[in-house]
Each structure stands twice: as C-alpha cells, then as structure tokens.
Design a protein around this ligand. Sequence first.
Ligand code: ATP
Ligand code: MG
Length: 444
Amino acid sequence: MGSEKNSPIKSLMPTGLLGRSLLILMTPMLLLQIVTVLIFFERHWDTVARQLSRGLAGDVAYVIDYLGEYPDEEHYRSLQHSARAHMQLDIAFEPDEILEEQTIEPPLGLVSEELFVALTERVQRPFYFNLDLDNRRLEIRVQFKEGVISIVAPRKRLYSSTTYIFFMWIAGSALILYGVAVIFMRNQVRPIRRLAKAADQFGRGVNVDDFKPEGAAEVRMAASSFLSMRDRIARHLSQRTALLAGVSHDLRTPLTRMKLELAMQQSSPGVDALKQDVIDMERMVDAYLAFARGEEGEKAEPTEIGKLLTDQVGEALRDGQQIDLHIEDSLEMDVRPQSLRRCISNIMSNAGRYANNLSVRAGRRGHDYEIVFDDDGPGIPADKREEVFKPFYRLEESRNQATGGVGLGMTIARDSARGHGGDVILEDAPGGGLRVRLVLPIGH
Ligand SMILES: Nc1ncnc2c1ncn2[C@@H]1O[C@H](COP(=O)(O)OP(=O)(O)OP(=O)(O)O)[C@@H](O)[C@H]1O
Ligand SMILES: [Mg+2]
C-alpha cells in the first residue's frame, strides 16, 4: 500500500488494538508524571533541602555560641542534656583534636551543598561533616581552641523521606494503572478478535457457530450485524441453488416428452439434429442437477490437503492418466472435502481430456495453500480464460463434440474454490500448455 510507508517511527508502533490503545492511554499519563516530577518536584526538593539544612545549621550554631560563651563543665553538661532532649543532638567534646576542614568537591549531593552553605553562614569556625555516619545518623564536627566538638544528629533532620515515598507512589500507581488498563483492554479486544476470526472462517466457507456478541456496544453491534448478514447470505445462496435445481428438474419432463415425440417422427436431417439437441440438453440438465444436489449442506471439516490430493491423483492414475505429483508441504485445513475433490477432479479430468501429461505441485505460498496443475495440451487463449468459467461454455465446439463434456467442469471448480474463499486462476504453463492455479487461503 502506498500510504503505509515504513517510517522508522511507524515500524516501532504497536500494530494491534491492545498495544495501540495502551499507548494512547499511557503516553499522556507518563508525560504528565515526567512534567510533574521535573518541574514541580525539583523545586520542592530544593526548598526542602535548604530549609532543613538551615534548621540544622541554626541549631549547631546555637550550640557552638553557647559553648563559646560558657566553656565551664556545668554549662556543658546542661547543654548536652537539653540539646539531646529538645534538638535530638548528641554533643561530645574531644580535647586536643585537630580537624581536617570540610571542602566542597563535586560531586556532592544537593543536601551536602545546602548544608555546607548554611554552616558556612552560621558557624564562624572550621567545620567538617559526615552525612553517612551510619544508616540513621550524621555527624558535624567543629574546631574549638581546646579541641573538637562533635554533634551527632539523626539523618531525618536533613533528609525528607516523603520525597522517596512520593516517587514510589508515582511509579507504583503508574504500574497499577497499567495493569488495570491491560486487563480491561484485553477484554475489549477479545470480542473483536473473535469477530474477525468468524468473518475469516465464513469467507473460507467454514461453518461459523453462533457466538454471543460481547464487549462494547459498537463491537456487539458489529457482531450481531455479522451474524444476521451470515444468515441472510446463507439463506440467499441456498434459495438460489434450490430455485435453479427446481427449474432444471422441471425441464426434464418436457424434455422427456419431446424425446418421445421425436422418436415417433420419421428420420430426416432436421429431426436428427433436433434429437441430438434434446440429448445435449438432457445431459446439461442432469449435470447441473448432479452438481446442485452435491453442493447442498456439506460441512467443512479438518482435512489433510496433501492426502486428499494424493488420493485424487491416485484415482486418475488408475484411469491411465500421466501425472507427476509433487507435494512440498501438506496442511490440515478446514474444507468441504467432497466439494474440493470435485474441484480437483474437474481440473485433472480436463488435463486428461485436452493434454497428455500433467504435473501437479502443491505447497504453501504466503497466506495461501496453492495447488498448481501444469499440462502440455493446447492451452486456452488469454482472451478466453474468463469465458471457460461460464456454465456450459466450451471452446471449439467441433473438437469437443467428440470428447463429450458439457462445459460445467471449470464452473464447478471455481465455484468450489470461491466457496472456500479462494480461486481458480488460469495461466500459461512453462511447457506451453495450460497452468491452473487453485488457491486456498489458510486463514488465521
Ligand atoms: N487443460 C485444458 N487445456 C485446454 N483447454 C481446456 C483445458 N481445460 C479446459 N479447457 C477448455 O475449457 C472448456 C471448459 O472446460 P470445462 O471443464 O468447464 O468443460 P468441459 O471439460 O468441456 O466439460 P465438463 O463439464 O465435462 O468438464 C473446455 O471445453 C476446453 O475447451
Ligand atoms: Mg472439464
């Protein structure tokens, strides 16, 4: 198809309805989440980190100032006590220690940077901090003349856990939503699949059992329209066959009467020709009746095509025909076996009648199963290839008088092939004769 160019984006897109509807559903949601996280949350996180760092740095500054002003043992003890009680800070003094001063070196996280800035602002002394003292605590160390003050605080004072919870919620809710969407969409797509399968089977002449229309209103409507269309077509077909069979049957009585009438006439060239015409007409009517009766009510059933073909060729070989059979691969398909047999035997009997040798090849071609019959006879001119499918049409009447067909074989063959959703196609055989291609769609 011209419009369906294979652009790289298109080839990445899912082709199924399920995939597409999920894409339609999820793309806006993912975009929304990404935008939320990027724009809103980054700012929020910045602010939170700054506020928390300032709070902690303020407390540390208070402790440092207090100790600078009251360096005696008693004040130190009471500060230690109230800092633990009210600010969650553990204070310890390490005499004669010397600090290695904190530097900021990338890559330091956002929190470290904020804390560094806040401490530099508030604490006018050399300091050092370790944010990963252990899982739950961090340490800030400040240099005094007499030694180092170590202040240990819970990590919670700097890190807001809601940040991670928020992320978990976003990812988790996306997953849950996706799961729910998959379950719901699956249920919506299933009835469409079932309808497609039923339509495909009907097209190939396989009986479709009644199925209950399910799913969304539109799908249900399509399904019930399909079912009633199927019934209408079936009724129409059987009515037409019955009508033609009725007409043919009714023609037999006047034909018999004419035959009797003619038998009593004296022989003359005119009467003899008339007799021959009546005999021909009788044969046509009988051939049609035989076909119409056989057509009625045969059900499709799983059939091994290769075996059916082998049987049919075997029969023709016993009748003395020269046939070269080559089955590339066989397949089990739902077909009406009698109808398909009639189709194949009509094509082969033509080859037997109009040619000497026949080669038959069968195998899978893409979505079809193809049986190709090549003979070495005179072939059929290109402009007559559609004509021979018409009922009672025969090429070169004079030649055929001797061979004795009525001209229904090709009509019946094509009727059967089309009843299976396929076709009979006439071409030139490489060896000069006629090539008949019998194409049967395999179906989904
Ligand atoms: N393999 C073939 N090679 C050449 N001509 C063919 C071949 N098959 C069919 N034809 C031509 O097509 C015409 C129609 O074929 P069709 O099978 O419908 O009728 P028929 O063979 O004449 O009679 P019957 O009803 O007994 O089959 C034939 O009369 C014949 O002229
Ligand atoms: Mg024939």
